[in-house]
Design a binder for this molecule. Structure first.
Ligand SMILES: [Zn+2]
Length: 384
């Protein structure tokens, strides 16, 4: 739909509202209208959104279900994060999405010394006492263990089939819904071990990826035959002009300036028929509730080194609008039930918990997804 954006700075009394079906136990696909209401019933702007919920996945074929593995992982992650965050003073109290100044009352949770606070304007949640941008970039470029779970050969095939292929098909589907034809090319920024680029190529698309981590690029080249580029996209965006789609799978939550990455995507795509896709951690979810209750047992979601940003729908809409995109589709799915199982594994030290609950994984998770309370949110937007 054509959207006329006059004044994108949302005022305090203006709220994003969602119009959709009351009965949410349906097929998993809805069309909703997301509209900005001025609190006096006047709609300032609106977006028609294709909303998908749920994704079948056998998580324990991708991750260990053993208490001792999870306990070791908690110990390792806790140790690294505490060294980085404990006693570290805040670097910035300004929201990285809308630049609102954060106050003391906006504090939400402390995890391993990292303080998550929430913007009172756009609802964005972020770590205020994060390490410097250079230290974060250095960590991702050099820390091999960070990418181990993505580059393990035995689970690589499963990741392609269960994660990368469904995502690629979803993106193609969204492009068809917007433009009536499939995209020809996709650029994946923060491509990890190259699984998504590989999946796109197998589906007949021209696909390329950019990745800063050395070991991930080596894995991609040696195991998938996919050569990934290493460069700063915010400086080198001109080299990538002409793509139909730019994707960021689990990327913009890692950086100090998420809007800068989206702006680069906007520059790459120009004004043509195109899409940008971001997968981000979603604040309003069950995993947030669980991890806020057990902040000393966090290895994913609110891991403050992995995720210095955690998005709400409003903060992601804001990021899209500020960088020249109109949201057109969303996909809710997550690992909230898995999160609960791993907490039980950690507390009870009994592996039977996982085998007992593994069979119910998709059934339980589907309820969180349908209720839009999943820990992962994918957004798709078109240039305006
Ligand atoms: Zn904000």
């Amino acid at each position: 739909m054509a959207v006329k954006i006059r004044n994108l700075v949302r005022k305090k009394h203006e709220k994003w509202m969602r119009r959709g079906p009351i009965d949410r136990f349906g097929s998993g696909q809805d069309i909703e209208t997301w509209e900005l209401d001025n609190s006096k019933g006047k709609i300032l702007r609106s977006y028609s959104m294709y909303v998908d919920t749920g994704k079948q996945v056998d998580l324990f074929s991708l991750k260990s279900a053993k208490s001792k593995d999870f306990t070791a992982s908690v110990k390792n992650i806790r140790c690294i994060r505490q060294k980085l965050f404990k006693g570290r003073k805040a670097r910035s109290f300004n929201c990285p999405i809308c630049d609102t100044l954060i106050k003391d009352i906006d504090y939400r949770v402390i995890i391993y010394g990292a303080q998550y606070r929430q913007c009172s304007s756009c609802g964005h949640v972020f770590v205020v006492n994060r390490p410097s941008r250079g230290a974060i970039n250095n960590f991702y470029a050099r820390n091999i263990s960070y990418h181990l779970s993505y580059t393990d050969k035995s689970i690589s095939r499963n990741r392609i089939e269960q994660i990368a292929v469904p995502k690629a098909k979803w993106v193609i589907e969204q492009f068809k819904k917007q433009y009536g034809k499939a995209p020809r090319s996709i650029l994946d920024i923060g491509a990890g071990a190259g699984h998504f680029v590989y999946a796109c190529r197998n589906l007949g698309l021209k696909a390329e990826g950019v990745e800063l981590n050395d070991s991930a690029r080596v894995f991609s080249r040696d195991n998938l035959g996919v050569d990934l580029r290493s460069c700063d996209i915010t400086r080198n965006w001109k080299e990538f002009r002409g793509y139909d789609v730019v994707t960021f799978w689990g990327v913009i939550e890692h950086v100090t300036e998420p809007n800068a990455l989206l702006k680069s995507a906007r520059q790459i795509l120009g004004d043509k028929n195109a899409l940008v896709v971001c997968e981000v951690p979603h604040w309003n979810c069950m995993s947030t509730v669980i991890q806020t209750a057990f902040p000393d047992v966090v290895v994913r979601h609110l891991d403050p080194l992995g995720h210095i940003n955690c998005f709400t729908e409003t903060s992601l809409i804001s990021a899209y609008e500020y960088t020249g995109f109109a949201p057109v589709a969303a996909w809710y799915y997550g690992m909230d039930h898995y999160e609960m199982i791993t907490q039980l594994l950690y507390k009870l030290k009994d592996d039977r918990v996982a085998s007992l609950l593994a069979a119910t994984m998709n059934q339980f998770q589907y309820i969180y997804d349908r209720g839009r309370l999943s820990d992962t949110l994918i957004f798709c937007g078109r240039p305006v």
